[in-house]
Design a protein. Sequence first.
Length: 484
Amino acid sequence: MTQNNNGQFPPGFLWGAATAAYQVEGAASEDGRKDSIWDTFARVPGAVANGDNGDVACDHYHRLDEDVALMQSLNLASYRFSTSWARIRPDGGAVNPAGLDFYSRLTDKLLDAGIKPWLTLYHWDLPQALQDAGGWANRDTAYRFAEYALSVHDVLGDRVQAWTTLNEPWCSAYVGYASGEHAPGLQDRSQAVAANHHLLLAHGLAAQELRARDAALELGLTLNFTVADPLDPQNPDDVDAARRIDGQFNRVFADPVFRGQYPEDVLADLAPYGLQGHIRDGDLAAISTPIDFLGVNYYHGEAVTKTEPAVAITTAAPSARPTASPYPAADGVYTVPRGLPVTNMGWEIQPEGLHRLLMRLQREYTGPAGVKLYITENGAAFDDDEVVDGVVRDEDRLGFIEAHLAAVQQAAADGVDVRGYFAWSLMDNFEWAWGYAKRFGIVHVDYATQQRTPKASGRWFAEVARANELPERSSGAGSHVVSS
Ligand code: GBH
């Protein structure tokens, strides 16, 4: 990339931090909430590291005042959170007003503090009752989602402007139904492919209804993107491996949303699992309802090959993983370490990949559609999160965020319409299959006392947010993670 050293972000760039309901709220059976698929999954022996669950998590449900004050102390202009379907429609059907009231109070407190609420309707916690009826493999769940979206809008529509339908439908479909590392823990490729389509449909139906009712809302979808490079760009098999991963992770979602059609190669790759059979007249029109922004979650890049490697890397869960990809369109594809530095998740640190991704999205998808980009998640787990004399010296995380912010700033300088960045995460929390064993927060949480302590990365982030620019790189911090 070309050098751009002034470090400034565009005027009005939105600085925030993100969480998700099941990962922080706790209060799992209060005020009428019932089980979601994550409550059920966490009870399966071996499903979550150390038998952890989200019953208490960060107890955010009972600490709104403290946590909103924390956000203020970090100079956050926005807070990205998700609403829990299982609080709001505990059986998937009737509305529970007490569940909605929690988000109404949160919204008021945020607005009083001058913090923009950035609401996501689904971050993986389907009501168990709907899973019992087939979950995302059942088309009906998409219609239930649109009803749920409207019931949230009924109460918050007057105060919340930014609405995101789904967080990372790829994870819901494929980690939930194909690899089985996430709830509902199934390994059934046909169900995963059905879930893929029905999640897109859920997004589309909700988008249509919300748009019809509220012309002023900012509407979007958050996707996780995988930047996959062929291990050997000269090897046609490796090039095809990268094509398949790009199709299975990225284009299978972005193409229907922005172009109103599934890519031909992905339709062919997924044909054995029945994708075509789920698509009905009108579905793609709903799915391609115009949106205002695309949320981008970016964590890592990867190199892929079709030659079986000596070492397998672990990803979503602590359990031993199959060596080849469990994802239907990626049979026989392997991810191999390239020797780049890794986070505590084993994910290779590749900030340059974020710059490349943003350039590509702008060129191929969002630019032509006039859609804004936001980084809705970026961050890292590291194992240096001890509080010593009230301080957490997480230089690794600070360097990770700094390098990725530099990539975002460069993309903006190169003409990408990127409008904001949310750190993942506001605080350490329940990291899905890893439970509390992995810490992503820019604020440390002592789970025994629920004490919050901003880490060095959090204090630094607060300064960047205040100044709307990256400071001069201080000696050494982060220099070891810059790969471009
Ligand atoms: C996000 O998803 C979640 O939205 C958030 O809740 C979570 O806490 C956070 O990340 C940290 O994990 O090696 O082919 O299996 C994670 C997105 C996308 C990252 C897939 C790992 C592995 C690809 N994930 N990626 S693969």
